[in-house]
Design a protein around this ligand. Structure first.
Ligand SMILES: [Zn+2]
Length: 347
């Protein structure tokens, strides 16, 4: 393999460094577009079809790169996001690019510029050598860290056409490969009460906060660890002053489920929340945002194929337990979840 695909480690390290110092927080359109420029320049001169799709909604562009030397039928789809959660300036302040032995550090290096760069390197090598056995498409997206609002349709369309979908999200502890993820639901709940002065007209008021307090407990009580279902009220706001019975209260709810059936069941429960106090209205919006990524037989076959290839080059690829999503919302590792909604690789 090394004879066919030369490995130039120092060039790769320099390539990763350039990507990491080109900071790209999702909401900074110009910054993320500089990353898109960089990816484009890294594939310049190769026999590839490049389509740059202008950004929407104030976000940066999507980039689709196709190796169609062997036609245009179903092939491999590679997916990477080039946005990060780190604000501009992080690389000069808290988290400079650095190397410590076998490890590299820097903003967005782990999630996911390192993996994306290495996958692009493989993609380039295959393009240069003309060794593709099936079409390979590489899609770079600008907005995964905020839930992929402008890239989702593109991803779904491309994935629907693909035989295999590989996402360059980070490995889990010990280099473990993610082959299943929980689904995620997001909901906004508002209670609407009746305002009144807390001294003079207490009996006339209907407290939106008091109602919401009961709703919060009801929502949190839906958590069922045995079934892999969790509900979290992560944000709350309400009221206007200490001496006013509050008219409004608002919460944001996060739901995680293991399978589609639980997704439907718990989505219905949360959307169907009814007021405890008939004098207060409860409004719920939202739903399942990313469907669960269940490990199908086909995914298992693909994983075992990757494992055999890894063994051939000297490492033992292990599978991670089902991933619940990101940690602390800092790097919501959810892009592979999207793939479940699309279809597992049909092998
Ligand atoms: Zn990521």
């Amino acid at each position: 393999m090394s004879a066919q695909y030369p490995v130039d480690l120092s060039a790769m390290l320099e390539g990763i460094r350039r990507w990491v110092v080109t900071e790209s927080p999702t909401r900074d359109r110009a910054a993320v577009n500089r990353m898109v420029d960089l990816v484009q320049s890294d594939v310049a001169g190769l026999d590839l079809a490049i389509e740059r799709i202008p950004g929407q909604g104030g976000l940066a562009d999507n980039l689709v790169i196709r190796n169609t030397m062997v036609g245009e039928g179903p092939g491999i789809l590679l997916l990477s996001h080039i946005d990060t959660v780190h604000p501009m300036g992080t690389v000069n302040a808290g988290l400079p690019f650095r190397r410590d032995g076998d490890r590299l550090y820097g903003p967005g290096l782990y999630d996911m510029k390192g993996g994306a760069y290495l996958a692009l390197e493989a993609f380039r090598q295959v393009a240069k050598a003309g060794t593709a056995k099936m079409p390979v498409t590489y899609v770079f997206t600008p907005d995964e860290e905020i839930g992929s609002p402008t890239s989702r349709k593109l991803i779904e369309d491309e994935a629907r056409r693909a035989r295999y979908v590989l996402v360059t999200e980070p490995a889990r502890d010990g280099g473990k490969c993610v082959t299943a993820r929980k689904g995620v639901g997001r909901f906004e709940v508002t209670t609407l009460g009746v305002p009144a002065h807390s001294g003079a007209r207490h009996q006339d008021g209907r407290s939106a906060i008091k109602e919401m307090a009961r709703q919060v407990l009801a929502i949190e009580a839906l958590t069922d660890y045995e079934r892999g279902v969790t509900t979290t009220v992560g944000v709350i706001s309400g009221g206007t002053a200490p001496n006013v019975i509050p008219q409004h209260c608002h919460i944001s709810v996060d739901l995680r489920v293991r399978d589609d059936a639980a997704g439907r069941e718990f989505e219905a429960k949360i959307l169907g929340l009814a007021p405890f106090d008939p004098g207060v209205k409860v409004q719920v919006t939202g739903g399942m945002n990313r469907p669960p990524f269940e490990k199908s037989a086909a995914i298992d076959v693909l994983f075992r194929h990757a494992q055999a290839l890894a063994r051939g080059i000297g490492f033992d690829l292990k599978v991670a337990e089902m991933t619940c999503g990101g940690s602390d919302g800092n790097s919501p590792a959810s892009s592979a979840v999207k793939l479940a909604s699309i279809r597992p690789p049909a092998i």
